[in-house]
Design a protein around this ligand. Structure first.
Ligand SMILES: [Zn+2]
Length: 153
């Protein structure tokens, strides 16, 4: 049995039963699907319903889903989307560049003309989808206020 003094001292052993039937137990009982949320976000759709648009003006996230009214303003993607976009583009372009060089050995101007352009186009094309996927992941993991107990609805 733990006392209030134990919790205030921060030395009491914790278990879900210590919290009663409050928010901690409720959140564990209703997990959100991570992979479908990632996929919905990658398609730039609301991670909750999969139908409402997630982004406007290229990378701006809507405050609320127009279809299901899910609050989306909690997202804090920050520098994550560019980082993961560069990671993906690098893992696509560099192997392609090496394969083309090994198989065809084109002139150097072909490399200079093609790979930077491909990397730029892939980055511009993938960045909104990667941002959507990260917002979907944050929603699925209930990060940054994406929980049922929204203090700022
Ligand atoms: Zn929605």
């Amino acid at each position: 049995m733990t006392s209030k003094q134990d919790f205030q001292n921060g030395c009491a052993p914790c278990s879900p039963s210590d919290f009663g039937s409050g928010s901690f137990v409720t959140e564990l009982a209703s997990p959100r699907p991570v992979w479908s949320s990632l996929y919905r976000g990658f398609r730039k759709r609301c991670p909750a319903c999969g139908r409402g648009r997630l982004l406007h003006r290229y990378l701006k996230v809507f405050d609320r889903c127009a279809v299901c009214s899910e609050s989306l303003h909690h997202q804090q993607a920050d520098d994550g989307p560019p980082y993961f976009t560069m990671f993906l583009v690098g893992h696509i372009v560099i192997p392609l560049m090496l394969i083309v060089e090994k198989q065809f050995s084109p002139d150097m101007w072909v490399h200079w003309a093609s790979w930077p352009a491909l990397a730029l186009l892939l980055s511009i094309g993938l960045l909104p989808s990667v941002k959507g996927a990260l917002v979907g992941l944050q929603w699925a993991l209930r990060m940054h206020g994406f929980s049922d107990q929204d203090p700022y609805p």
